[in-house]
Design a protein around this ligand. Sequence first.
Ligand code: NAP
Length: 243
Amino acid sequence: MTAARILLLGGTGDALKIARQLSSEHVYSLAGLGKVPHDLSCTVRVGGFGGEEGLARYLRDEGIGLVVDATHPYAAQISANAATASRAARVPCWAMRRAAWEPQAGDDWRMVNGWGGIVDALAAFARPLFTLGREPLVHLDEIPAHQFWTVRCLDAHPGSARARVIDARGPFTEAGERALFDAQAIDVIVSKNSGGRATEAKLAVARERGLPVVMLRRPPLSAADREFDSPESVWLAIEALSR
Ligand code: NAP
């Protein structure tokens, strides 16, 4: 039992780890794009709040005393809304910000901003592997004539004559990534800098093979009242509230 009713904003594996510890008076919130867990003790709600004003209203109506933003580092809109709405409703906003991956010796990272930067950086390559979610799926009719795309994301999709879509959820192993790179003759990887262990094997295999990584820069995120870098440190701080 903690002192304040918590709204946990999630949609990540880290957020789910925190949600598993929360009791029934607390709320775990999901956008509704992925799987909804049905085995949690806390309340699970699904869907947007209607922008920062809708979120501020929700915080007041539901008597929320603490917002914990454990959304993905590229989910910048909900993080901005959480910071603004929490201020408006006068409740603290904590954030779990997973540390970014850092390039190591032997890495060839090409840092880009946005889809246009990705397309430009890929011009010299033929067999990219996209590992940044569903965004490539809306560009399948724009594949340059010299390219074949492999897109790994959480969506089932039939692909096309020049694109294979692989519906897979991490964690991924180095052995598995080697097999995928071989099977698809991958010559460049496209990634978000998500951080964490579950999806970093591709970076190790790219390094081992001297393959470039087109890395989408992280969006700037609003400052939170307290920031944490692991679900365990968030949970310790939540537990400390009741002491
Ligand atoms: P976004 O652009 O920051 O948010 C778009 C809108 O979706 C928000 O304004 C909000 O709608 C709603 N929303 C997002 N997260 C929500 C949550 N946890 N609970 C309730 N509503 C939420 O987010 P996104 O990049 O589309 O990502 C959507 C969700 O997927 C996030 O929760 C994130 O943690 C998860 N995710 C994202 C990525 C990624 O690469 N972006 C990767 C893995 C998981 P309203 O304005 O109507 O409140």
